[in-house]
Design a protein around this ligand. Structure first.
Ligand code: PHE
Length: 337
């Protein structure tokens, strides 16, 4: 039996055959098992002898099986390693790289400038109440200045915010009368506008609010000059034109010198040498009051700008819709900028 088994094992080609042979000789119904099981019928003298021989044969077969198994295992491992070999010298596949969207990039730049001046970021909901979006900003119901911002109403009292200014009020209330307040509020805003090259029903604003014991218009002007020069270049100058917002008094619109023509006049600035970038003013006493501050104790300034507008000017883009259509020919120009 041993000779026969070992001879058969010699010719084994694969793990499957090896297993078949194990079953054939050592399995429950295997040849050797059969013999050992039959030992009950042997005499007391024969039993130990046959038992010993039987165990030797079993050990011999097991040894060979184990050896064979080890050989198969090694062959398999080697085969797998060979198949999985990676040629590290092969050139890699070129994957198209994504990039930060130009609007996010500009928003981040604006935020960085103000964070550098010690501002923190505050956020608020895009679905607002009439109170925060209008009323608390000195725009009572039926006030004609509400028409400045065509709105998307959800109910009589709830609307998509038309500007980031409601975050001013939310911030003031959260501060509970404490100073200083020094925040910028970035976020999406919505207006019932027809989309064209310069308008979009949804766009992004960044609002700024500073409140303290002795905040003056000159602080506002200095802050905006610093911002303009970091955003559009050191040589940039600003000018403030009188304007009107219900929540600031006095109010101003701010222009920067046109970088394209250096202020001499070109198509970009419609020959004026100036480009409008934002609205601002000293926080209206009534707004301070509604935010929980005493206008006799503190004063403040606020400003609000459109991120799209800043981006259009900075990168000399001619149509706001480029920002929203995700045309790769447009977006890929900003990959390495
Ligand atoms: N909220 C104004 C707008 O959307 C901008 C603004 C903000 C003006 C803060 C003055 C002060 O047009």
């Amino acid at each position: 039996l041993r000779t026969e088994a070992l001879k058969e094992l010699e010719d084994v080609q694969n793990p499957q055959q090896l297993n078949d042979l194990r079953v054939k000789y050592l399995g429950k119904k295997g040849a050797l098992t059969e013999i050992l099981r039959g030992m009950g019928g042997l005499s007391a003298e024969e039993r130990p002898v046959i038992g010993q021989v039987g165990n030797e044969v079993r050990a011999a077969i097991e040894t060979v099986i184990e050896e064979k198994q080890a050989v198969f295992l090694q062959a398999e491992t080697e085969g797998r390693l060979r198949a999985e070999t990676i040629d590290v010298s092969l050139p890699g596949k070129q994957l198209p790289a994504g990039a930060v969207h130009p609007l996010n990039k500009v928003a981040q730049e604006i935020e960085d400038v103000f964070i550098g001046m010690g501002y923190t970021i505050a956020e608020g909901p895009e679905v607002e109440t009439d109170f925060y979006n209008f009323e608390a900003l000195n725009l009572p119901k039926d006030h004609p200045a509400r028409d400045m911002q065509d709105s998307f109403y959800i109910t009589d009292e709830i609307l998509m915010r038309t500007h980031t200014s409601p975050v001013q009020i939310r911030t003031m209330k959260a501060m509970n009368g404490q100073t200083p307040v020094k925040v910028i509020c970035p976020g999406k805003v919505y207006r019932r506008d027809d989309d064209d090259a310069t308008h979009s029903f949804q766009f992004n604003q960044i609002e700024g609010l500073v409140i303290g014991p002795d905040i003056r218009m000159s602080d506002l002007k200095g802050t905006l000059l610093q911002f303009a020069q970091e955003m559009f270049g050191k040589q940039t100058q600003i000018r403030l034109r009188p304007s009107f917002f219900p929540f600031t008094e006095p109010s101003a619109e701010v222009d920067v010198t046109c970088a394209q023509c250096g202020g001499h006049g070109c198509r970009m600035c419609k020959q004026t040498g100036w480009l409008e970038i934002l609205g601002c003013g000293m926080v209206h006493p009534r707004v301070l009051e509604m935010g929980g501050y005493d206008p006799n104790e503190v004063s403040g300034f606020a400003f609000g700008m459109g991120v799209e507008r800043i981006a259009l000017l900075k990168y000399e883009i001619d149509d706001i819709r480029h920002f929203y259509t995700n045309d790769l020919r447009f977006l890929s120009q900003f990959v390495r900028m």
